[in-house]
Each structure stands twice: as structure tokens, then as C-alpha cells.
Design a protein around this ligand. Structure first.
Ligand code: BLA
Length: 512
């Protein structure tokens, strides 16, 4: 029986994914000096070229890949290389293997990667242009972000042949959920499912912001270590952040095998400088995706990200307009009658709608008035006492009240989220909005397939158990408050203070 690898899941965010010291073996890697002498070679170079790694080191490039091949790519390698892999040509080594050569300069050396391909010529891009053109045409017709995302999934499937392609979107806390998918009918669906932030640790997200695409061609691979292990220029392990062959974290490889995925590729979706999500591709068996196809996918991802950005901007604007409309109608209601508190009570329904809350409360002159689903009056009083003791500025908002105010652990059902603000400069007058726990509202599209982890494998590493972990993490959390809601609440407060001031002046005039 295969030995069960011991994986420490508590240190995932410490995995040195930029400096793994090895590569995936569907090609080989050489680090080269400016004169193209070999400084380091991946341990598998002998499998591909017949020249063992220890013999390659110190030799000119031609001694490893053959004079003709070296001559072919030498001018490309001598050119000013950037920090991103650049296609330097397709070569055939002296022993007859074909490779696409990618080169970039990083950490003081030239990193040259030789990806095995089954053709002697450069890739043919002709069939890829219509695919991208088609996507661009359809983008205009797709209205919502989800329609666009699902279109992108279909196109990436056509380019690559992956069995399942999905769009994975992050929320503000880094948890993710699947919002679009295209798949072969033999693959089960992940649509709508949620995963905790820890499934893609922080350092991986950082890297994916910089390096926009990655391929794991075969999750059962044996890594090929670099020889010698240290970069001779820096004296440290090589930084392979941008290397296409970079060996990936063993924890993640186990995760993939547990989800019956032997090949995966993911494309970063950057929106407004942030990692918005990933396009994630799965295949049951190993699958080679050559450079030109990866480039097409990267571009589809960029187009999708741009579209998302503009759609989100439009949606944001629309959202703010609607909130403002509600506010204006509320303010109109507030200036009607003579009793300020009574007026506020009259606009309670609008108050809820305004903040997409399920409960609201007003505390004025020691009175507590509630509407909708709120905690008990005593709990609200205690909460307001706590709020007054801790100066939170003009507005306090949280989507996990119990994390800051432990008594709220009893109140998560209707008060996981709180938006609260003082509405008087002098008195203890407060306006509070409550949101319920979010997890109740999310459906787990349970799927029996995800349970089928490889026997003997650490089963805690799979999307299925991830869902439970996610559930655990978001316990006591509400839907987040939209920035527009917070800003508008502040405006509302200013208006309320204005109304109160005007009223006080009127009273003073009457008294004169
Ligand atoms: C990387 N984790 C990743 C990646 C994805 C996921 C997409 C990027 C690499 C790739 O393209 O395959 C997660 N993949 C998912 C999720 C789905 C999916 C959620 O298909 C859902 C459908 N991962 C864990 C745990 C740890 C972990 C518990 O689940 C650590 C404790 C680590 N994941 C981990 C690491 C990487 C990773 C270290 C970086 C891999 C690398 O780039 O070297």
C-alpha cells in the first residue's frame, strides 16, 4: 500500500511556494549566466536530453541542448529579458525531443524553461483567434457578471479541453464561492459551493496577483530538484515565482488528488488591483496545456476581469442611487409631523430597506423602539452602553458583532451584523440596524462525489470538508455592509442632526 504522506495543515501559509527548489517534470529548467553558461539544471534534464544535471552545470547551453538548438534561441536569450516568461522559440534537442522555450530574467539569472511539446514547429495560433474574437463579440450581449463568467468558462474549456472550468469569487474575508461553471456532463458540479479562505493561503494569493496563470499538468508528478540547490548569484534557493514549471505545494497536490483532479490550471482575475477571483480548471487525468493556449486563457481572463470591473462599477452606482432614493423618501417622512421619534417610527420600513437589514432599533431618551427581527430590549440597552463606552466615531459597523462584543454570541441569530450610530451630539440617542447570521441562508448543494477521497489519503483535505470548515469560520457572520450603505448612513446621520438642530431652534424661537 502507498504510504500516507504526513502533511501539517497548520503551516500552509508558511509553505515556501516561491522557492520550492524543484520543478514539475513535464519539461526541464536551466538557469543561465549572461554568456549562456549553465549555472543550474533541473535534476530531470538527463531524462529529456541525455545530459545529466551534474554534467550540464558549468557547460555552455549548446552542450546540453545541441548546437543547432542553442544557436536558434541564443539571440532571443541575449535580448533584454523581462521578469515574465517570454516565448523564445521552439527547438528540437540533439536527441530529437521538441520543446517550447520560455525565458525570463529573475534573481540575477536567466531562467530558461523547456516545455516538452509534440511538434517541431512553433504553435499555430490561427484557431485561437476566432475563439477569443467570439468571446469579445458575445461579451457585449451578456448582461450580468455571472453570464459573462459562464461564457468565459465555456471558452476556456474550448481552448484547453479541461473537463470542468469554474469561476471562483472571493469575498471581503477571502472565502470563496463558485459563481459560474462549464463542464463535461461526466463531471459533477461545484456551482454555488463555498470554500474557506484557507483553501488558498495568503502567500498563494499574493503570488497569484503577480503571476496570472499556473498549470499543474499531473498532480502525481515527482518533483525534479534544481542542481545545485542554491542560485549561484544570490546564494539562496531560486525564486521561481514566474517559472511556468514551478513545483507546487505538496499540500495542494494532495487536495487535488482527493478531489479526483489530476490536472488543474488557474487564471487570476484582477479587478481594481485586487485578486477578485480565479478561473479554476480541473481534469480527471493529466493534460498538457501548451504556452500558446495558456496565453489565450490568460487573455480571456484579462478581458473577463475588465468586464467585471465595469459591470461592478455600474452595479455599485445603481446600488448607491437606490439607497439614496430610499434615504430621500425617509427624510421627507421625517420632516412631516412634530414628534421626531414618532416620525422615525413611521419610516421604520424604509429604514430596514435602506440598510437591507432585518431589524432596526431606535434608542431615544431611554426608550427603545424596535422593528423587525431584533434582540430583546435589555440586550439592546446593554449593547448601546457598550457602544457609548467605546468611541467608534460617527458610525460603527461589523458583520461579526460577537468577535468584538462577546455577549453577542447569544444574539447571532438576529444580530450577527450591526450598523449603529449616535444620532445626537449630546444625548445617548442611537439608531441601530441588525442583520441575521448568514450561514442559514446558504444552501449547500451537497454532492456525494466529493466525498470519494483517495483511500488512505488525508481526507481533511478536500472541497467537501472545506465546506464544513467554511461554515465553522463564518459562524456568527452576517452579509457584509456595503461601503455605499455605510457612507449613506453617515449622510443620513448628518441630515438627522440637521433636522434636530432646526427643531431645537424652532423650539427656542417659540419660547422667546
Ligand atoms: C493552491 N488552492 C490552490 C489553488 C486553488 C485552490 C484553485 C491554485 C492552484 C491551482 O490552480 O490548482 C483551491 N481549487 C481550490 C478550491 C476549489 C478548487 C477551493 O478547485 C474549489 C472548487 N489548500 C487547502 C489547505 C491548505 C491548502 C487546507 O485546502 C493548507 C493548509 C494549501 N492551496 C494550498 C497551497 C496552494 C494552494 C499552499 C498554493 C499552491 C502553489 O501554487 O504552489
Amino acid at each position: 500500500a502507498a504510504t500516507v504522506p504526513v502533511l501539517d495543515l497548520s503551516t500552509c501559509d508558511k509553505e515556501p511556494i516561491r522557492t520550492p527548489g524543484s520543478i514539475q517534470p513535464h519539461g526541464f529548467l536551466l538557469t543561465l549566466a549572461p554568456d549562456l553558461a549553465v549555472l543550474q539544471a533541473s535534476g530531470n534534464v538527463g531524462d529529456w536530453t541525455g545530459v545529466a544535471a551534474r554534467d550540464a552545470v558549468g557547460q555552455p547551453l549548446a552542450a546540453v541542448i545541441g548546437a543547432a538548438a542553442a544557436q536558434r534561441i541564443a539571440p532571443e536569450l541575449a535580448a533584454d529579458l523581462g521578469p515574465r516568461p517570454y516565448y523564445a522559440g521552439t527547438i528540437t534537442t540533439a536527441n530529437g525531443h521538441h520543446f517550447d522555450v520560455l525565458a525570463h530574467e529573475w534573481d540575477g539569472v536567466i531562467i530558461a524553461e523547456f516545455e516538452a511539446v509534440d511538434r517541431a514547429e512553433a504553435a499555430d495560433f490561427r484557431h485561437l483567434y476566432p475563439l477569443i474574437g467570439d468571446f469579445l463579440l458575445k461579451v457585449n450581449d451578456a448582461t450580468g457578471i455571472e453570464a459573462l463568467a459562464s461564457l468565459a468558462c465555456q471558452h476556456i474549456r474550448s481552448v484547453t479541453g479541461f473537463g470542468r472550468v469554474l469561476v471562483y469569487q472571493f469575498d471581503a474575508d477571502g472565502h470563496g464561492h463558485v459563481t459560474a461553471e462549464a463542464r463535461d456532463e461526466r463531471y459533477h458540479s461545484y456551482m454555488g459551493q463555498h470554500f474557506p479562505a484557507s483553501d488558498i493561503p495568503a502567500q498563494a494569493r499574493e503570488l497569484y496577483k503577480l503571476s496570472r496563470i499556473r498549470l499543474i499538468q499531473d498532480a502525481t508528478y515527482v518533483p525534479a530538484p534544481l542542481v545545485p540547490a542554491l542560485n549561484p548569484v544570490t546564494g539562496r534557493p531560486n525564486d521561481l515565482s514566474f517559472a511556468a514549471l514551478r513545483s507546487v505545494s505538496p499540500v495542494h497536490l494532495q487536495y487535488m488528488r482527493n478531489m479526483n483532479t489530476l490536472a488543474s490550471m488557474s487564471v487570476s482575475l484582477m479587478v481594481k488591483g485586487k485578486l477578485w477571483g480565479l478561473i479554476s480548471c480541473h481534469n480527471e487525468g493529466p493534460i498538457p496545456i501548451a504556452f500558446e493556449k495558456r496565453t489565450a486563457c490568460e487573455q480571456l481572463g484579462q478581458i473577463l476581469a475588465l468586464c467585471i470591473e465595469s459591470r461592478e462599477d455600474a452595479a455599485d452606482l445603481q446600488f448607491r442611487l437606490e439607497v439614496r432614493r430610499t434615504m430621500v423618501s425617509m427624510l421627507a417622512g421625517l420632516t412631516q409631523g412634530s414628534d421626531f421619534v414618532e416620525n422615525l417610527v413611521n419610516v421604520f420600513p424604509d429604514l430596514l430597506r435602506f440598510a437591507r437589514a432585518s431589524g432596526a432599533a431606535i434608542m431615544v431618551d431611554g426608550r427603545v423602539l424596535t422593528y423587525g427581527d431584533t434582540p430583546e430590549e435589555d440586550d439592546i440597552r446593554a449593547l448601546v452602553d457598550w457602544l457609548t463606552l467605546h468611541d467608534h466615531g460617527d458610525v460603527f459597523h461589523t458583520d461579526k458583532l460577537s468577535a468584538q462584543y462577546p455577549p453577542a454570541e447569544r444574539l447571532t441569530r438576529n444580530a450577527s451584523g450591526l450598523l449603529a450610530m449616535p444620532i445626537s451630539r449630546i444625548h445617548k440617542h442611537y439608531l441601530l440596524w441588525f442583520r441575521p447570521e448568514w450561514v442559514h441562508t446558504i444552501e449547500w448543494a451537497g454532492n456525494p462525489h466529493a466525498k470519494a477521497a483517495a483511500t488512505g489519503a488525508p481526507t481533511q483535505l478536500s472541497p467537501r470538508t472545506s465546506f464544513d470548515a467554511w461554515r465553522e469560520t463564518i459562524h456568527g457572520t452576517s452579509q457584509p455592509w456595503h461601503q455605499g450603505e455605510i457612507e449613506m448612513a453617515l449622510e443620513f446621520r448628518t441630515a438627522l442632526l440637521g433636522i434636530a438642530l432646526e427643531r431645537a431652534e424652532q423650539m427656542a424661537e417659540l419660547a422667546e
